[in-house]
Design a binder for this molecule. Structure first.
Ligand code: ANZ
Ligand code: ZN
Length: 945
């Protein structure tokens, strides 16, 4: 009786052997191509890993093993992102020093990872809290400082009263701290800030050089950077000037009032001169206590105060306009002042409606009708038209026209041209008379907006631009409806429909838009042609933008949503910022040779809450001597944010023990850039933007040789718990990989996580499906006992098909389909019942990256001495893949009874079933199945009764 698959023995045996043999030791062999495969390194929390964490690590492990077998030098390292608030909070809660807690957690994490059988080269391990590591984090900071990219700012920063530290803008989600959900307040504290905005353009533009990044991640980075091309325009307000920032200078003639943010520096001055200064002050104070979302969220009612007695002038048309303070305008974006264009900006429209301010349309949205677009070569004629929706008050139904003739199939509202001297209202009533035969009609609404459509009037060989007004009219009843003219009748039929049928029945897109506008006066934010804009009338809004700006002396300017990166934290567990303050010399950087500035041992590492870091209390550490004048100096007591160490760690793996440089240029040139980077989608912006920023800076100072750090990026889909919730201690639904590995084996766990679905999808853990993967490996193990010396010809096709699929699908991150290809192959082998040794080796080799332990065991069993993981990746033989067919004779008891055409590698089963479909063969067998079969693939089939 063959031994059954004992995963515990096999896992242990090979993990020890790989360690002893140094199977996965990184070799920097410059004659070979390299593959640098990187996981986002974990923060070693006290909870350890749950089964969701290793999913990405398994993927990179499969990928790196595959690349190694393809002959590349592989760097696949692992390390620890161990500074930061979570480690510190954990330590505070459990009353241990963060360093001790981190050491303990790392040991546990590492044990967990090792059980899964990863091919990490632990000689490359790094830890961001190791002074030999953070020496270089501090070195980068000093380089940034030297290059004017780190500066001290006194501006108010975001302060989390619960974490008792300042936060970067990026650490806030909708006004609350992203860690603890406490509302963030503004606090004035001197802060170190990194000038990431100097790199905004390059961070944005170089995204184009990253074709192997997911589009959604690049899009979040673009939004995060938030570049706006706009103009600064000066408005005279009394004897002062208010500069506004606008992205829509084309709407300048529609600017009917000005709004200043409550923080705007001129507000206090204007308040003094205005007639309602008290009201203004009260409003400004109230605004200071509101969060940004409270101020700007969609649907929040807008509020503001008029500066009574103050007025401004629109520089385009010389009109006098009112000036307001309102908190929907933010102090720190643009210039903190806007020209309000209610016709074309939703927030301004809401405000104008509330305070009854003038609204003037200056852009007519004008889209080509997609069903009937203007044709090239025809000239364009502009027509004023009216579109009128008529409601029968007695039934609530609306009138529509079904058109005939050349317009057959089109349904519109009642409509027509506006004659010279007619108002839109008069034209509407006239059309209703003509087309509906109704007289007693009242106009009940006229949309404030003019819209237009461009289309082709092919019968007239011209393009038209219909400049359209839309109105709503009502008729008391249809009792005195006249017969309409026969000429009109020939053109269209009048139909009455329920209100909810109007939109679906209308066919031209433009008419649908107009119907919507009748319902709701939403601002017209689209482009179009200009009206009410003096000499610019008729011009295209996009094209006229910069001309209008120029006509009033506007200055073109680019703004970013991205702010400089607040880099100080008032906490203990972070890299000390290597700066000194000397009474004589001022701010002095710690000399490079004095790095690292080590974190001192402290009694209490609790935050003080006063805005000072706990380091401030350690006098013997704080007080030092100035390296320049040897006089007394004090150390900076703020520490760096958690993002610091992770902004460059991938470089250190290339050369982790180098004490003379961040990374040796030779190593850097060989390994850079990271070829494949895998991690959570939650790092789409912060980590990946900070790392790209530092990398570009390091490129500028010639510390690295590439413009971008990560060539290819994949984000891991989450594994959620079996109950559909997020896996969390709080819900008691966490599955520990240690238990899974102990019960089912590392390989079953690995295969399952790769097989469970497309890699980027979020999928629920399911132990039943895991057992399916386990069964697959058990079958592999059993098949190993059926290996025969000679290859089985009919297995060539399934084996090489599996090689081809796995070879192509691993680099495409389609691990699930790669696994399924191997399962299909195993089915074919089981059908035959035996497999040739060489064929078996090939299947084991493509299985090896997924199930490294069992593959290695069975590889050894067929007599191999060297590791399967260092063997050469098989190449699919194309000749087995093409489905060529052959015609072979079918004998019954040696006598030829017919012919069949089958795949040259067809299995016996396939051949027999094709043969039995021949009536003569069946007849010769007496209608029953053959007793014995002799099959030579591609040659002959002999059936014996
Ligand atoms: C006039 C205008 C007319 C605007 C129009 C828009 C539409 P982005 O694209 O996000 O950069 N704005 C400028 N500074 C602001 C501030 N401090 N707080 C709130 N809003 C501000 O947005 C730029 C637009 O946002 C600017 O263009 C300005 O409104 C507004 F039909 O100016 B616009
Ligand atoms: Zn000094």
């Amino acid at each position: 009786m063959a031994k059954s698959y004992d995963h515990q023995d096999i896992d242990k045996k090979w993990q020890a052997r790989w360690r002893e043999d140094g199977t996965y030791r990184t070799e920097t062999d410059s004659s070979k191509e390299k593959a640098y495969v990187l996981d986002m390194f974990p923060y070693p929390s006290g909870d350890g890993l749950h089964v969701g964490h290793p999913k990405g690590y398994i993927a990179t492990d499969v990928y790196s093993r595959y690349q190694r077998m393809r002959g590349k030098s592989v760097l696949h390292p692992m390390g620890w992102d161990a500074f930061g608030l979570p480690a510190e909070n954990y330590a505070l809660k459990n009353k241990v020093h963060p360093r001790v807690a981190v050491e303990k957690n790392i040991t546990y994490f590492k044990q967990q990872l090792e059980k899964i059988g990863f091919d990490y080269d632990w000689s490359k391990e790094i830890n961001t809290t190791d002074p030999e590591y953070y020496r270089w984090t501090q070195w980068i900071f000093l380089k940034l400082y030297e290059n004017g990219l780190a500066y001290r700012s006194e501006e108010p920063i975001n302060w989390c009263p619960s974490c008792m530290t300042g936060l970067a803008n990026e650490d806030i989600e909708q006004g609350v701290c992203e860690r603890c959900s406490t509302a963030v307040v503004k606090k004035i504290l001197p802060q170190w800030v990194l000038k990431i905005t100097d790199y905004a353009d390059r961070l944005l533009e170089d995204l184009e050089q990253l074709p192997k990044w997911p589009e959604h991640i690049k899009e979040s980075q673009r939004n995060w950077i938030g570049r706006s091309e706009g103009v600064e325009i000066d408005f005279k307000v009394g004897d002062r000037t208010v500069t506004v920032f606008t992205t829509r200078p084309d709407t300048l003639f529609g600017a009917t009032y000005l709004v200043l943010a409550p923080e705007h520096p001129l507000v206090q001055k204007f308040a003094k001169e205005s007639l309602n200064s008290k009201k203004i002050h009260t409003y400004v104070e109230a605004a200071a206590n509101k969060s940004e979302i409270e101020r700007t969220a969609d649907g929040k009612e807008k509020s503001g105060v008029l500066l009574e007695g103050i007025s401004g002038v629109n520089p385009a048309n010389g009109e006098t306009i009112s000036v307001w303070v309102a908190d929907y305008v933010l102090g720190y974006y643009g210039t903190g002042a806007v020209m309000a264009v209610p016709a074309h900006d939703a927030r301004d429209l809401e405000f104008a409606q509330k305070y009854d301010l003038p609204v003037r349309q200056v852009v007519v949205p004008c889209a080509p009708d997609p069903q009937n677009p203007p044709q090239e070569g025809f000239s364009e004629v502009k027509r004023d038209t009216v579109v009128v929706h008529l409601r029968d008050r007695s039934t609530g139904k609306f009138a529509l026209l079904d058109w005939h003739g050349t317009l057959e199939g089109i349904t519109t509202a009642i409509m027509g041209g506006i004659e010279e001297g007619q108002t839109p209202e008069e034209a509407a009533l006239m059309e209703i008379q003509e087309e509906a035969g109704l007289e007693n009609v009242t106009i009940v609404k006229k949309s404030p907006w003019i819209t237009a459509a461009r289309y082709c009037a092919s019968h007239k060989k011209e393009n038209r631009c219909a400049h359209s007004f839309v109105l709503l009219a009502e008729v008391e009843s249809l009792s005195d409806m006249r017969e309409v003219d026969s000429a009109e009748k020939a053109k269209h039929t009048l139909v009455w429909v329920d209100e909810n049928q109007v939109l679906p029945r209308l066919t031209p897109v433009h008419q649908k838009q107009m119907w919507n506008l009748l319902e709701k006066d939403t601002a017209l934010e689209e482009a179009g042609y200009l009206i009410n804009s003096d000499t610019f009338n008729g011009r295209d809004s996009e094209e006229v933008k910069w001309d209008i700006a120029k006509s009033v002396g506007g200055k073109r300017i680019t703004k970013y949503r991205l702010r400089d990166w607040v880099f100080s934290r008032q906490r203990y567990w972070g890299e000390p910022i290597p700066i000194l303050y000397c009474e004589t010399c001022g701010t002095v950087p710690v000399p490079y040779e004095d790095l690292p500035v080590k974190l001192p041992e402290v009694e209490h590492y609790e935050p003080t809450g006063t805005g000072e870091s706990p380091l401030a209390a350690i006098e013997e550490w704080v007080n030092t001597t100035c390296p320049k004048c040897k006089g007394p100096a004090k150390r900076e007591t703020n520490t760096m944010p958690q993002w610091a160490g992770s902004s460059w760690y991938y470089l250190r793996y290339m050369d982790p023990d180098n004490s003379g440089a961040l990374v040796d240029p030779k190593n850097e040139k060989y390994w850079s850039p990271v070829d494949l980077y895998v991690g959570g989608a939650e790092h789409a912006t912060r980590h990946l933007i900070y790392a790209r920023f530092w990398h570009k800076f390091l490129y500028d100072i010639k510390a690295v040789s590439t413009l971008e750090p990560f060539t290819e990026l994949h984000s891991v889909g989450l594994i959620i718990a079996e109950d559909g919730k997020k896996m969390s201690k709080r819900f008691g639904n966490v599955v520990n990989p240690d238990e899974v590995v102990a019960e089912y084996g590392a390989d079953a766990f690995r295969v399952y996580e790769m097989f469970m679905g497309p890699f980027e999808n979020s999928i629920a853990w399911n132990t039943k499906s895991l057992i399916g993967s386990r069964r697959f490996l058990e079958r592999v193990f059993r098949m190993a006992k059926k290996v025969v010396p000679q290859n089985v010809p009919e297995l060539n096709r399934p084996i090489h098909l599996a090689i081809q699929k796995v070879t192509n699908h691993i680099p495409e991150f389609r691990f699930n389909t790669a696994v399924s290809a191997m399962m299909i192959c195993l089915n074919a082998i089981e059908d035959v019942g035996s497999v040739g040794k060489e064929q078996w080796s090939l299947l084991l080799q493509v299985l090896a990256p997924f199930a490294p332990h069992i593959a290695e065991e069975l590889w050894e069993e067929i007599g191999n001495k060297d590791s399967i993981h260092l063997s050469e990746w098989p190449i699919a033989d194309a000749s087995f893949l093409t489905l060529d067919t052959v015609v072979i004779g079918v004998q019954v008891a040696g006598k030829l009874r017919g012919e069949i055409e089958i795949a040259s590698a067809a299995s016996e089963k396939e051949a027999v079933s094709a043969a039995l479909a021949i009536p003569k063969v069946l007849e010769a067998l007496g209608g029953s199945k053959p007793g014995r079969v002799v099959y030579r693939a591609g040659r002959i089939l002999n059936l014996l009764p």
